[in-house]
Design a protein around this ligand. Structure first.
Ligand code: A2P
Length: 326
C-alpha cells in the first residue's frame, strides 16, 4: 500500500473508497464553544484531511456541514473529494425512522448525500425526540432491536441516492454475521467502526472483518480524551506509553503519530479527534515514515485487551455488543 498525504484512500467492497485518516468530531457540547468544530474541520481540510467523521448525536453536525461547504465554495476541495461519515442513532433503528434520520442529518449538513452512513450502536432505544430516554428511576428505556430490518431501510436510502456506502459501528462478530447472512442481503456493510489503538488492537475482529472485506475504522485511536464520565480509566494514558514515545524519538515523531501510523500500516482507518490546530496538523503527518515489521510486532504486544469505551451503562441491553469475546 503506497499511501501519501495527497492520496490515501483505500478501497471499500462496494467499489467506493475511504481516506485512511479522518478527523473525529466528538467533543462534549457543554465544554465546546460554538464555532470551534467548524474552525477545526476547516483547518483539517486545509492541511489535507479529506475524511470527516461525525454524528447527529454529537450535536455539531451543522458546523461540520458549514465547514465543508465553505471549503467547497472557496475552491479548496470539490464535494467528491470529501468523505463524510454520519451515524444513525439508537432511537431511530426502527425502519420507519431510518430515512427521516438521514434526511435530518443531510438538512443539518446542507449536503445532498453522505459518503457513509453507519448504525452507531447495535442497540435500539425508545424512539422519540429524547436521545437518551430514561424512566422516572433514571433507567434507560430500551426498544426491540431488529438489526436486519434496520439494515433493509438503510439499503433503501442507498438506492435513493442519499448515501454512497453503508456500514456499522460497535458490532461484534455475531451481529456482523446477522447482517452478512441476512436472506436477500442487497449491500454488505463496508465498514465496522470500533475502538482500536495499541492498547486494544482488535486482532480477532480485524481478522474476521478482513475475511469479509469489511474495513475497520478505529475510533479513539489516541486513547480518548480520558473524560471520566464515559471513559474507563483503568489503563494508563496511551500517549504516555514508553515504547510509543521511544519510537517517536527514533523517527522524530510524537507518540500520537506513532499510534496512528501503527493502525494505518495494518489497514485500519483512524479518526483522531482534535479541535487544536497544531494537533490537527500533527496527526496528519503520518505518511512520511513507517514502522519496521519488528516495531509493528512490538507495538502489537502493548495490547491490554481493555476498552477505554465500555458503554457499561447499557450492558443490560439485550444487544450490548461487548459481552462476547469479539
Ligand atoms: P484536542 O482536541 O484538544 O487536541 P481520540 O481521538 O483517541 O478520542 O483522542 C482525542 C483526544 O486526544 C482529545 O482530547 C484531543 O484533544 C487529544 N489529542 C488529539 N491529538 C492529540 C495529539 N497529537 N497529542 C495529544 N493529544 C491529542
Amino acid at each position: 500500500m503506497d499511501l501519501s498525504a495527497a492520496d490515501h484512500r483505500i478501497p471499500l467492497s462496494d467499489g467506493n473508497s475511504i481516506p485512511i485518516i479522518g478527523l473525529g468530531t466528538y467533543s462534549d457540547p457543554k465544554l465546546t464553544p460554538k464555532g470551534v468544530c467548524a474552525t477545526s474541520v476547516k483547518a483539517a481540510i486545509d492541511v489535507g484531511y479529506r475524511h470527516i467523521d461525525g454524528a447527529y448525536v454529537y450535536r455539531n453536525e451543522h458546523e461540520v456541514g458549514e465547514a465543508i461547504r465553505e471549503k467547497i465554495a472557496e475552491g479548496v476541495v470539490r464535494r467528491e473529494d470529501i468523505f463524510y461519515c454520519g451515524k444513525l442513532w439508537c432511537t431511530a433503528l426502527d425502519p420507519d425512522h431510518v430515512r427521516p434520520s438521514l434526511e435530518k442529518t443531510l438538512k443539518l449538513l446542507q449536503l445532498d448525500y453522505v459518503d457513509l452512513y453507519i448504525i452507531e450502536l447495535p442497540m435500539a432505544f425508545k424512539p422519540g425526540d429524547l436521545l437518551y430516554p430514561r424512566d422516572e428511576n433514571g433507567k434507560y428505556i430500551y426498544h426491540k432491536t431488529n438489526l436486519c430490518a434496520t439494515w433493509e431501510a438503510l439499503e433503501a436510502c442507498k438506492d435513493a441516492g442519499l448515501v454512497k456506502s453503508l456500514g456499522v459501528s460497535n458490532f461484534n462478530r455475531r451481529q456482523l454475521e446477522l447482517i452478512l447472512n441476512k436472506p436477500g442481503l442487497k449491500y454488505k456493510p463496508v465498514s465496522n467502526q470500533v475502538e482500536c489503538h495499541p492498547y486494544f488492537i482488535q486482532t480477532k475482529l480485524l481478522k474476521f472483518c478482513r475475511q469479509h472485506d469489511i474495513v475497520i475504522v478505529g475510533y479513539s485511536p489516541l486513547g480518548t480524551s480520558r473524560d471520566p464520565s464515559w471513559v474507563n480509566l483503568s489503563s494508563p494514558p496511551l500517549l504516555k506509553d514508553p515504547l510509543l514515545n521511544s519510537l517517536g524519538k527514533k523517527y522524530n515523531k510524537t507518540a500520537a503519530q506513532v499510534a496512528l501510523r501503527f493502525n494505518v500500516q495494518r489497514g485500519v482507518v483512524v479518526i483522531p479527534k482534535s479541535f487544536n490546530p497544531e494537533r490537527i496538523k500533527d496527526n496528519f503527518q503520518i505518511f512520511d515514515f513507517s514502522l519496521t515489521e519488528e516495531e509493528m510486532k512490538n507495538v502489537e504486544a502493548l495490547n491490554k485487551n481493555v476498552r477505554f469505551v465500555e458503554l457499561r451503562m447499557w450492558s443490560d441491553h439485550p444487544e450490548y455488543p461487548f459481552h462476547d469475546e469479539y
